[in-house]
Ligand binder design. Structure first.
Ligand code: PLP
Length: 381
């Protein structure tokens, strides 16, 4: 089956009791034992297993082309578990990209787990810099994020995988911004892929979840399962159900996100009040060729730098009427944020940069909204 069909059918079954075409939400915390004390129906206790979680995991494993997938209550929980699980067979340093989701930097600075990690960071778009970092640090794990947050840079996953293999490192990839519809890192050599399901997969800014999909059976998969069961990092059944429902419409939604973002990026690139647009669909983007090679489309995320500084960027955000001032991404509503103020003093985002999650509204309305907002700093379109 093709991925659009898998998005609707993988992991789903008609309810055997009622014939319901949408799986019921199973809130039961415990399940009846057989007379001999066994669990022939496969379920014992909600922390171990839940039908909605199983369906979500099966579906995401198939979409990512993985052996299996393990759900977590958030994207961050999936990232922490993935790093811990990979470190069993691949101890040592974790090599991180210098542009990545800010939550990982906060994890490193603000938790005991993070402070204990041995980490180095590198510009992952620069393959010779990655090669040098590999030789210098001999990392156990390389962590990649592409497109990256917030600069929307593109990492060549096949090449990073080759470099990882050359030093015996495992490769983990955060595929949240691309989704399996646009990019499948396991096919390109990654060992583990994570998602924040809170974003495009859920798709409506109303649920939270995470998932780690693995290429192969092994100790890292067992560890992911053990983290869920014994540390209790369990995704709730209703959130699993919402995520699975989101996946059904993910292919159709991604198409509109991508089309809208492409049109907006082209408009912004031609605008006199915009000095730079970060969107891999633009020919001018340094990662355009790689994105063309490894992605099916260019995604719904873009950032742009306005002509000015923080004050001008804030003025534009505050003048927008349809884009909502809010963090996060991947939902039906268009969102925009001044990333430097969201990330705080240690940010690497330029003060003039705005990050937009382009939603599913009519793109003409979004363009008109940007047009009137940019007039606040430049009367010329
Ligand atoms: N990975 C990326 C790329 C993200 O953008 C985010 C959140 O913004 C996360 C991970 C963390 O996800 P969650 O908020 O579900 O923990």
């Amino acid at each position: 089956m093709r991925i659009e069909t898998l998005a609707i059918h993988a992991g789903r079954r008609i309810d055997p009791v009622t014939g319901a075409v949408s799986e019921p939400i199973h809130l039961a915390t415990t399940f009846e034992r057989d007379e001999d004390g066994g669990f022939s129906r496969g379920f014992e206790y909600i922390r171990d297993d839940n039908p909605n979680r199983n369906s979500l995991e099966e579906c995401m494993a198939q979409l990512e082309g993985g052996y299996d997938a393990v759900a977590f209550p958030s994207g961050m929980a999936a990232i922490v578990a993935a790093i811990e699980a990979l470190a069993i067979e691949h101890p040592g340093m974790v090599l991180l990209p210098d542009d990545m989701y800010f939550g990982i930097r906060s994890l490193l600075n603000e938790t005991q787990f993070g402070r204990k990690l041995d980490v180095a960071s590198v510009d992952m778009t620069d393959l010779s810099a990655v090669e040098r970092a590999c030789k210098e640090h001999m990392p156990g794990i390389i962590w990649a994020e592409t497109p990256s947050n917030p600069l929307v840079s593109i990492v060549d996953l096949s090449e990073i995988s080759r470099l990882a293999k050359s030093v015996g490192a495992a490769l983990g990839v955060d595929n949240t911004w691309a989704t399996p519809l646009l990019q499948r890192p396991l096919d390109l050599g990654a060992d583990i892929v994570i998602h924040s399901l809170t974003k495009y997969v859920g798709g409506h800014s109303d649920m939270m979840g995470g998932i780690a999909a693995v290429r192969e059976q092994g100790q890292h998969l067992d560890e992911l399962r053990a983290i869920v069961k014994h540390r209790g990092a369990v995704m709730a059944p209703f959130d699993c159900w919402l995520a699975l429902r989101g996946i059904s419409t993910l292919p159709a939604r991604m198409q509109v996100h991508c089309e809208n973002a492409s049109k907006i990026a082209a408009y912004l690139e031609a605008h006199s009040a915009v000095t730079r647009v970060h969107f891999p669909g633009l020919q001018s983007h340094p990662g355009h060729e790689i994105a063309n090679k490894q992605m099916r489309n260019f995604g719904g995320m873009l950032s742009f730098e306005v002509d000015g500084d923080r004050a001008e960027a804030m003025a534009v955000v505050n003048a927008l009427r349809i884009f909502t001032r809010a963090t996060s991404l991947g939902g039906n509503h268009s969102l925009i944020e001044h990333r430097a103020s969201v990330e705080g003093p240690s940010t690497m985002a330029p003060e003039s940069l705005l990050r937009a999650s382009v939603g599913l509204e009519n793109v003409e309305d979004l363009l008109e909204d940007l047009d009137q907002a940019l007039r606040v700093i430049s009367p010329k379109p």
